[in-house]
Ligand binder design. Structure first.
Ligand code: FES
Ligand code: FE2
Length: 402
């Protein structure tokens, strides 16, 4: 890295501009990002239906850390650092599976599902197994979504406060009674901040996302006059939707350890769901009695977002792999009773976010290639990139004030 410290570099960034090249490529800054951002956030991992019964586990890799998330004997969910307490071997080698206990492949230490060390041979008299359990992470489950916290929970964001704001919007969608219809991983050769910057703005949508633009009316409305969708279209729709008993409105917290927001808005006149032709692609979810043609969007900045329409939910998880690679993993949920081939078709279900994310993965990769050029200089965000600018301002603030 340059001679300047991360803190000095952060303080030199110009407000309202994209970052200097070093923030997108440097290994030391990436390490700092993991410590200051990702280890201080509630991180979305997966939907509960991925690990339905005791012993079912998944692993989650982030910035060099590996965590195993497992369903315990009594149905509770644990998250353990996947690092043996003996000499540090990775224990679980597979991304998912089912176990009765975790056995380290190196010298055979055995841990139960709750992380307690239950067997370690030849450790001599006086060895106290109870002191050598796996290091665990805090876990929260809300609306069927599993979140973990890598740091010391008492220093973390107030999960209950976020949950109180977000849950009323999610409850009608019945995510606790959902199943995973499809999962797809899009790994892009770009820094995680470029991926988040991309997903925070729709300045690029008309240009780069013809399919998304064709479905979502707000894109062109706001492209013509920024903010006009919220000013002119939303209020009347909200009034009508509220009268019909649907949740409307929005909540946003832009600062703090973990900014988040939730909002609900109509898709397009005549569109029942976010599909190619506006027609349903799956049975109604949750306790919805009819299609309201709207979408609920939730963001837990910067790592997780979801989009719920009346018949399906798309979960979007961002995971930094290294300074120059980011994984975007999308999971589509439908009603737990829906049957593939009869009630839904994966191609129709995933169409909009799949095609859009493929496009975004390429945009992010191009962006990354450009910012690594010696001739890149930070650029100015437009009025339609205010959420991206806010994300960068928040990011720099976290680096400086941590
Ligand atoms: S490192 Fe796991 S048993 Fe030795
Ligand atoms: Fe995009």
């Amino acid at each position: 890295m340059a001679e300047k410290t991360v803190l000095e570099l952060a303080a030199l960034q110009r407000p309202g501009h994209s970052l200097d090249r070093v923030f997108y490529v440097d290994k030391d800054i990436f390490e700092r990002d993991i410590e200051v951002i990702f280890a201080r956030q509630w991180l979305f991992v997966d939907h509960v239906s991925r690990i339905p019964t005791p012993g079912d586990f998944i692993t989650f890799e982030i910035g060099g850390d590996s965590i195993v998330i497992v369903r315990g004997t009594n149905g509770e969910i644990f998250a353990h650092h996947n690092v043996c307490r003996h000499r540090g071997s990775i224990i679980c080698q597979k991304p998912e599976g089912k176990v009765r206990t975790f056995t380290c492949p190196y010298h055979g230490w055995v841990y139960d599902l709750s992380g307690r060390l239950v067997h370690a041979k030849n450790m001599g008299e006086g060895f106290d197994r109870s002191k050598w359990g796996l290091h665990s992470c805090a876990v929260r489950v809300t609306a069927g979504l599993i979140f973990i916290y890598l740091g010391n929970e008492k220093d973390g964001p107030d999960f209950a406060a976020m949950e109180a704001d977000v849950l009323p919007y999610l409850e009608p969608h019945g995510l606790t009674r959902a199943k995973i219809a499809h999962t797809e991983v899009y790994t892009t050769p770009g820094n995680w901040k470029l991926a988040v910057e991309n997903f925070r703005e729709c300045y690029h949508c008309v240009m780069a996302h013809p399919e998304y633009t064709a479905v979502n009316a707000y894109v062109k409305t706001n492209d013509a006059v920024p903010g006009s969708f919220e000013a002119n279209v939303l209020p009347a729709w909200e009034e009508a939707a509220r009268d019909e008993g649907f949740v409307v409105g929005s909540v946003a917290l832009a600062t703090g350890l973990q900014p988040y927001q939730v909002r609900r808005r109509p898709i397009r006149d005549g569109w029942q769901t976010a599909s190619k032709d506006g027609q349903p692609v799956a049975p109604l979810m949750g306790n919805l009695k009819k299609f309201d043609g709207a979408e609920t969007a939730v963001d837990f900045m910067p790592q997780f977002g979801l989009h719920s329409t009346s018949d399906h939910t798309t979960l979007i998880r961002f995971t930094p792999i290294d300074p120059t690679h980011t994984e975007m993993r999308l999971t589509w949920l439908v009603h737990e009773d829906a049957v593939e081939g009869t009630d839904y078709d994966v191609e129709r279900l995933k169409w909009m976010w799949h095609v859009t994310t493929l496009q975004d993965a390429e945009l992010i990769a191009n962006n990354h290639r450009g910012v690594t050029s010696r001739h890149y200089t930070p650029g100015l965000y437009s009025v339609r990139e205010e959420m991206t600018a806010a994300f960068i301002a928040w990011y720099l603030n976290r680096l400086i004030n941590e």
